[in-house]
Design a binder for this molecule. Structure first.
Ligand code: SAH
Ligand code: SF4
Length: 348
């Protein structure tokens, strides 16, 4: 049976649920399919304009349902053209999404939760604490809003679940959103251009490994010893990095695909030559590429960004040990839209 959102938002329902909804209102199942196409393929959010549906059906829907996208409370553009969207949800909560224009392909960074419970010491979102999981319509809604604003086209861009929240703590909704985003009859985005990033929720990763269709996987490793990882990512006390890497070793990958290993470089904490060598050892046998993320400073957080030469040196050591490593370009720093800076502490 379809599940109604708290606000009866039609966005977030999949094709089967919309068919069931149509049937429950005495309509032909075909009407549910039409509604699905209107919402996700035509991106028509005004029930009044869905003229292929009978007027009586539309009126019936209007009585109990709405089609709601997150509203743009604020949009700030960085000097480097990155746009940070502060989006307001139905209950007044805020999440942030970031549009990062790139030469070859734009990236949209979206949130999975309001806040985050994981508590990494270097991340601003952690400071907010955890408020709630996003609903499916709120996850897909971030993408639809960016399309509606013309920030991205209807396809041909990357989506990364690297905004606020730990996606694997909202697994059911994230995966349902993933299926909606990639359904060829609906939004039809490529699953190869969608990446879910996790701090390492092992039982959910194991569950994920069983899925028939998967997004790309990014793992926020961020340290090479349990001692350091326990300190900066408390989740390591529950699910240790060795065990996490074992799960990565067994993770099903499509041909030529690799797991992205994210590694935040914190000065004098995770950026030593020894760390680089240890990282290379840890990743043996895992088809992976390393994304080095120099720490983006946040007020009040007890970390520093390494010097430029140490960042390069870390990358070089990895390269010498045959590990492909990229340094993630810092984008949106001046508007607090860079990795780990997303937080909206105002309540309204
Ligand atoms: N919760 C998920 C998704 C958020 S991703 C996860 O942690 O994987 C955000 C990425 O940015 C993670 O790889 C995280 O390690 C990194 N990050 C967090 N705070 C940062 C900061 N201040 N500077 C640089 N990277 C940061
Ligand atoms: Fe949560 Fe990811 Fe931030 Fe850690 S880095 S607090 S898991 S959002």
């Amino acid at each position: 049976m379809y599940q109604q959102g708290m606000n009866n938002n039609l966005l977030g329902l999949d094709q089967m649920e919309l068919v069931q909804l149509a049937e429950s209102l005495g309509e032909d199942s075909f009407r549910g399919r039409q509604l699905y196409i209107q919402l996700y393929r035509r991106k028509q959010y005004d029930l009044g304009h869905m003229t292929d549906l009978s007027k009586s059906f539309r009126l019936r829907l209007l009585q109990d349902y709405s089609v709601t996208l997150p509203t743009v409370h604020q949009a700030v553009t960085s000097r480097d053209e990155t746009v940070k969207l502060l989006l307001r949800l139905d209950d007044g909560a805020f999440v942030e999404a970031v549009h990062i224009p790139e030469e070859t392909r734009d990236t949209l960074c979206i949130s999975s939760q309001v806040g985050c419970a994981v508590g990494c010491t270097f991340c601003m979102t952690a400071r907010m604490g955890f408020a709630r999981n996003l609903r499916v319509g709120e996850i897909v809604g971030q993408v639809l809003r960016a399309i509606e604003m013309g920030l991205v086209g209807a396809n041909g861009f990357n989506i990364v679940f690297m905004g606020m929240g730990e996606p694997l703590y909202n697994y059911r909704n994230v995966m349902k959103a993933f299926r909606l985003l990639t359904d060829s009859e609906g939004m039809d985005l490529s699953h190869r251009r969608i990446t879910v990033s996790t701090s390492g929720v092992i039982p959910v990763l194991k569950q994920m490994a069983e899925e028939p269709k998967l997004p790309n996987l990014a793992i926020s490793l961020n340290a090479t010893t349990a001692e350091v990882r326990n300190r900066i990512m408390p989740i390591n006390k529950r699910w240790d990095l060795k065990e996490l890497l074992d799960v990565c070793r067994d993770f099903p990958l499509e041909p030529r695909r690799r797991i992205t290993i994210e590694y935040v470089l914190l000065k004098d904490e995770t950026d030593s030559d020894e760390d680089a060598r240890r990282l290379a050892r840890l990743l043996r046998g895992i088809p992976s590429k390393v994304n080095l993320i120099p720490y983006n400073p946040n007020p009040g957080l007890p970390h520093e960004r390494p010097e430029e030469y140490q960042i390069r040196r870390f990358q070089e050591i990895l390269g010498e040990l045959n590990v492909s490593a990229f340094v993630r370009k810092t984008r949106g720093l001046d508007v607090a839209a860079a990795c780990g800076q997303l937080a909206h502490l105002e309540t309204s």
